[in-house]
Design a protein around this ligand. Sequence first.
Ligand SMILES: [Zn+2]
Length: 292
Amino acid sequence: MKNELTCDRIVSQCCLKAQAYGLVLFGRSFSHRLISFFTENSSVADYYKDNVFKTTGIVAQIETGATKNKKIKIKTSAERTQLLEYFGHSKSELVLRINRANINEDCCFAAFIRGAFIACGSVTSPDKNYHLEFVVPYLRLCNDLITVLEEMNLNPKHTQRSGYHVVYFKDSENIEDLLTNMGAPESSLKLMGIKMQKSMRNKVNRKINFELANISKTVEAAGKQVSAIEYIDKHMGLNKLSKPLYDVAVLRLENPELSLSDLGKLLNPPISRSGVNHRLDRIVRTAEEARE
Ligand SMILES: [Zn+2]
């Protein structure tokens, strides 16, 4: 999905700034001592470098370590100061917050969030549960991010995990909206596809449950009929029943598992489901009356 987000797109100048701002602000570090970013994805590393260069003219350094991780840094103190000032931050800031001046227009919100998501966001496979999150090291920054997301008519949740602040979404609607907004419509469609499959599966399960419930109702009714027939046989004799009732009673004793319509088909001549139902009802009532 990050590949989809970092692919070339036409972005207006205002949005480009907002996007680069989201990327650097939510990177690993953003202070005059250190401005850095870590990723395993080389197209994300290039994207960071490209965005920083296009907006500020500063060339970030990409280092590939022993692991697959790429570390991107703004090398000199002068460049870091220049970058901070470009986004309206100062060296002496104690608390890191979102500088709203960098998110000028309505159009810039999505670009800013796209940058932030590429920097510190992740989404888990919807095969399991829908989950999209941003991991932020500072509380005030996290609260500012929540405000921006809420202004985009989203409904983020907030929790803490090993010292980090996590802004997350669990419901698929919010996640789809966010992905589409950020410019990952393919990922959003994929997510919706999986959701549709899931709801189909649920429908099938409901249908099976419904049929099982019907089967158990049939079994329950058949049990009641069989015990009535056995009672009549023991206390009155089945031959006391009229011919039509006698035939159904014998058939039911031999076939306790059959549905009413299948029983009807076995009779000679065959009769309808409701005909069978009517006769069995009379047999059950006869036994009940005899028991009283
Ligand atoms: Zn814009």
